[in-house]
Design a protein around this ligand. Structure first.
Ligand code: NAP
Length: 329
């Protein structure tokens, strides 16, 4: 038996319960992990409230990111033994392989030996944010030295990962946040420029900071009305990578900017990368290099104890965080 977070109905953070559950033996090519830390994602709040790409069947587990020790390996697993410290790439289904628990089962193919310099809290905060940002910026956007890249929801975990990756490749990260409350933090996190979209003219500021170059890559999980100013400030031939839907408002299609500048608007889910072994290996190698060199370092907004999973989800939805929320187990 292990303590596992489950929910029996859709709703707010209060539907999450910690229950004693029998966690089965790992199946063929699976591994059971004794979890030490969890990384929280917006996706879990969306699953819990019924707005995710997966639909919960009750009782449902949840969670996409964990780090801990291998506890037991299933038949056919090679390369890992009990006691190995590991972190886990996000599984394709968090209903099938939920992370929130003292014990959790994952396909062995998702296990990574992270650099020993990382704490379990940091290791649980690596894979979703850096894989998502790497996939959108480098794999799809082709981000390179000298490019101006606009990063919206910049204080989110993925946004901060994107700032670090942009700096790693020599691009110029322009952070877009809603108010100036997080401006100083974003500058300290490596943003070259910070624009508060609810307080400033976003199009004018993007054009001012990028000058004659324009914004070559936009990395956006917000959508909604900011599509127009984002597209208006883009360079000819630029690409807008859309990877979320945080805005509750309708997203306009910026027809004339797209037409006149041959813009590409590209939807992107990290699952695309996870399902492609070649691209995934390149992504992992890039991220591990960055972690070892120190160019990439997860920013932890706050760590909650396991018993406070409800409070951790409340904090996630408060939008007050700056970086990744983790839970220690
Ligand atoms: N496509 C994929 O595969 C993929 C993978 C991972 C995450 N995502 C998406 O990436 C986004 C960030 O995820 P995360 O887990 O890193 O989130 P997070 O850390 O919880 O991000 C929260 C931040 O997003 C910004 N935000 C929240 N609501 C907003 C709104 N209505 N309008 C504008 N900005 C808003 C706020 O930043 P400011 O205070 O700075 O404005 C807030 O601090 C989510 O939309 C998530 O679904 C997508």
């Amino acid at each position: 038996m292990a303590r596992v977070v489950r929910f029996h109905e859709l709703g707010g953070p209060e539907v999450l319960r910690i229950e004693d559950v029998h966690v089965p033996e790992p199946g063929p090519h699976e591994v059971r992990i004794r979890v030490k830390a969890l990384g929280l994602n917006r996706a879990e709040a969306l699953l819990r409230s019924g707005a995710y790409i997966e639909t919960a069947t009750f009782p449902s587990g949840l969670g996409l990111e964990a780090a801990g020790f291998v506890e037991k390996v299933g038949p056919g697993v090679q390369g890992f033994i009990p006691g190995d410290p590991v972190s886990v790439l996000p599984p394709k289904s968090m209903i099938r392989w939920p992370a929130y628990g003292e014990l959790a089962i994952f396909p062995a193919a998702l296990l990574v030996r992270h650099p020993p310099s990382l704490s379990f809290e940091e290791a649980a905060a690596v894979w979703m944010q850096y894989l998502t940002a790497y996939g959108g910026l480098v794999d799809i956007g082709g981000l390179r030295r000298g490019d101006f890249v606009a990063i919206t929801a910049a204080s989110s975990s993925v946004g901060l990962a994107a700032i670090q990756i942009a700096n790693m490749v020599g691009a110029i990260p322009v952070a877009v946040t809603r108010t100036s409350a997080k401006r100083q933090g974003l500058l300290e996190a490596g943003a070259a420029h910070v624009i508060a979209s609810m307080e400033e003219d976003l199009e004018a500021q993007l054009k001012r900071v990028s000058g004659q170059h324009g914004i070559r890559v936009v990395f956006d999980p917000v959508g909604g009305p900011i599509f127009e100013p984002l597209a208006a400030a883009m360079a000819w031939g630029g690409i807008l990578v859309e990877y979320g839907g945080l805005s509750p408002e309708k997203t306009p299609f910026p027809l004339f900017a797209v037409l006149s500048k041959s813009l590409t608007l590209r939807g992107y889910l990290v699952h695309e990368l996870l399902a492609d072994p070649g691209r995934l290996e390149r992504a992992k190698a890039f991220i591990l290099d960055g972690l070892v060199s120190g160019a990439l370092r997860p920013i932890i907004a706050r760590a909650f104890p396991f018993d406070q999973i409800v409070e951790a989800h409340r904090f996630l939805e408060s939008n007050e965080q700056f970086g990744k929320i983790v839970v220690t187990v």
